[in-house]
Design a protein around this ligand. Structure first.
Ligand SMILES: [Mg+2]
Length: 255
């Protein structure tokens, strides 16, 4: 791993999904909340097995529809917020149909709201994350830089009482179409809010293509958080640092 001077670092940006909190946990909770709402609307008693079978089918439809509409849109034009909404709304509409209801737009809207409540409710951070952020906070400005729709970041951050830890929260769903990692635009937005330069700003994330490649192209220092010990393939973007645990951020940047 390349040795570099880290003593002039001013700010650290964190990805949210799968870096600070598990995306799967957020979506699982969202889908359960939506299903409970939908079962109640269809007057079906709650049944975990039934939920499991039907939600798998609804999920598949949601992925397919999202892929059909947004799969070919280049990242520099992609509307992450819309894409997320299509996913959640398709999931809810499909589950309503599978439960025997012809869904009205109010059914879909209310079920989607339940989904987002579930996402917020599920928000728990990976172990040690809060403590590490708290310590880093006394040395650096911190930010969240996420490609998620707003509901996947804003509410969880509020619920977890993390707002005070971050100087800036940049969410592509809020910034608008095309402001997504790995595009330079989202990193520029972060640097502007943090009032730092690329060479004194760090980006930490689990995605080699979005977080690491994006940070490198924008001139930031990149940290790949590789919890599962994944082997980076040939030609994969190279991070400046690789960690398997957020606690290692302290060893890297606080001495
Ligand atoms: Mg991520």
């Amino acid at each position: 791993m390349k040795k570099m001077t880290v003593k002039n670092i001013k700010a650290i940006c964190f990805d949210f999904g799968n870096t600070l909190a598990s995306n799967d946990a957020l979506n699982l909770s969202g889908s359960i909340y939506a299903a409970r709402e939908i079962f109640a609307r269809c007057r079906i008693p709650w049944d975990a097995r039934k939920y499991s079978v039907l939600s798998q089918r609804a999920l598949k439809k949601a992925w397919q529809r999202q892929g059909r509409i947004f799969g070919d849109v280049p990242v520099r034009l992609l509307d992450s917020q819309k894409s997320g909404e299509v996913f959640v709304e398709t999931f809810c509409a499909e589950l309503l149909v599978l439960c025997g209801k012809k869904p009205s737009s109010a059914d879909v809207r209310e079920s989607a709201k339940a989904y987002y409540r579930g996402v917020a409710e599920a928000s728990s951070l990976y172990p040690k994350t809060r403590e590490v952020l708290g310590l880093l906070r006394s040395y650096f400005n911190l930010a969240i830089v996420s490609n998620n729709p707003v509901e996947y970041v804003t509410e969880p951050v509020r619920k977890l009482g993390l707002k005070g830890l971050f100087d800036a929260v940049i969410i592509s769903g809020e910034e608008g179409p095309g402001i997504n990692k790995p595009e330079k635009s989202i990193f520029s937005a972060a640097l502007k809010k943090l009032r730092t330069r690329p060479d004194n700003t760090v980006m930490v994330g689990d995605s080699l293509t979005d977080d690491v490649a994006g940070a490198r192209a924008a001139g930031l220092i990149s940290v790949w958080i590789n919890r599962t010990g994944e082997k980076a393939g040939k030609g994969a973007p190279r991070p400046d640092f690789e960690i398997k645990d957020i606690g290692e951020m302290l060893e890297l940047f606080v001495r």
